[in-house]
Write a protein that binds this ligand. Structure first.
Ligand code: IPM
Ligand code: MG
Length: 367
């Protein structure tokens, strides 16, 4: 396996705990001298101390290094005059300026995890939400209109370029997967509100244009309200879902809840040159510093990072280590070796991390 430099931003709340857990697991899986983790400042706490949520040196390091690993960011009450949260600008600046246009949100029911959707067990829910990550309703971040304390508006921005590339990412992913659990069909579901807004009708039409290059992949459509019902009643129908930014933000939390919650849900925010990996959860300030947060989402995000490095650099060993980490997490949960609180257990962040590292160290994780 090649050596890689990882820009590591622990951030706020539980961010340091879960990021440090992921670093431990990644070092255990890949060997201590393969990955160099450059610890970098950033987040709302840093903003309070220095006035910078994302220091220029941190941003520069993110551009220079091979990948970015992030814990979490955001502190309640640390907000701009317009009421929006400061901490989120760490993510949003990196997303917009590094052009991380595909926010990859796997929704996968792992061994040993009880879904609130009782009819489904391991492998019965296995799809990926591809959330467009640079425009949509988020394009207005900091640019909306606030008028005389009477009027506010934000704009929904859909571009052909932004939609084409995220749709192509979704179809390419569907081509690499094994299809939906229900029928094995390779399928991309376009999530929109094309029946109401011409922006979403445009989003859908661009996805249709891209689909012309993928006649081996089925295209499917679901309105954003309807898909929330389908994600609960027939989640096994889904293989890959592509959605505008805000819709993707919303449905990915719903999807996470069906496979164990935000504590187990990873994400990879991927562009053509850069990528950031973080749990899909927030900074959970209410449990910060108590060693009770689940590190699994960030550890699985680290596995996603290794697979992305593997794909990007043709490094099959990196990809295999990513698979080993996911398998080790599955073993720890399936055999209930160390189950975190949010999955019904009592294991601390440290105990979950220790258990995963032990399986990796003993070579018992066979991906
Ligand atoms: C997410 C989060 C972020 C978002 C926040 C933290 C900026 O909810 O990654 O899903 O709104 O995209
Ligand atoms: Mg979100």
């Amino acid at each position: 396996m090649s050596k890689y430099q990882i820009a590591t931003i622990e951030g706020d709340g539980i961010g340091p705990e879960v990021a440090q857990a992921a670093v431990r697991v990644l070092k255990e899986a890949c060997g201590a001298d393969t990955l160099h983790f450059e610890m970098l400042p950033g987040g709302a706490d840093h903003y309070v101390q220095t006035g910078q949520v994302l220091p220029d040196d941190t941003y520069a390091a993110c551009r220079q290094m091979d990948a970015i690993l992030h814990g979490a960011a955001g502190v309640p009450g640390v907000v701009y005059p317009d009421g929006t949260e400061v901490g989120n600008d760490l993510h949003l600046r990196l997303r917009f300026e590094l052009d991380l246009y595909a926010n990859v949100r796997p929704i996968k029911l792992l061994p040993g995890v009880l879904s609130p959707l009782r009819a489904f067990d391991e492998g019965g829910i296995d799809y990926v939400i591809i959330r467009e990550n640079t425009e949509g309703l988020y394009a207005s971040r900091g640019a909306g209109v606030l008028l005389r304390d009477e009027f506010a508006s934000d704009s929904l921005v859909i571009t052909r370029k932004g939609t084409e590339r995220v749709a192509r990412f979704a179809f390419d992913l569907a081509r690499r997967r094994r299809g939906a659990p229900r029928d094995g069909k390779s399928r991309v579901t376009v999530c929109d509100k094309a029946n109401i807004l011409r922006t979403y009708a445009f989003f859908r039409s661009v996805c249709d244009d891209v689909h012309r290059d993928y006649d081996d992949i089925e295209i499917d459509y679901a309105y954003a309200d309807a898909i929330t019902v389908h994600m609960l009643k027939r989640p096994d129908f889904y293989d890959v879902i592509v959605a505008e930014n805000m819709f993707g933000d919303i449905i990915s939390d719903l999807g996470a809840a069906t496979v164990g919650g935000m504590g187990i849900s990873p994400s990879g925010e991927i562009g053509d040159r850069y990528a950031l990996f973080q749990g899909a959860h927030g900074s959970a300030p209410d449990i910060a510093g108590q060693n009770v947060a689940s590190p699994i989402a960030t550890i699985l995000s680290g596995a996603m990072m290794l697979r992305w490095l593997g794909d990007t650099h043709g490094d099959t060993q990196a990809s295999r280590h990513g698979d080993r980490i996911e398998a080790a997490v599955g073993r720890v949960l399936a055999d209930r070796i160390a189950v975190p609180r949010d999955l019904g257990g009592e294991a601390t962040c440290t105990e979950v991390t220790d258990a995963i590292c032990k399986i990796l160290a003993n070579g018992e994780s066979h991906a």
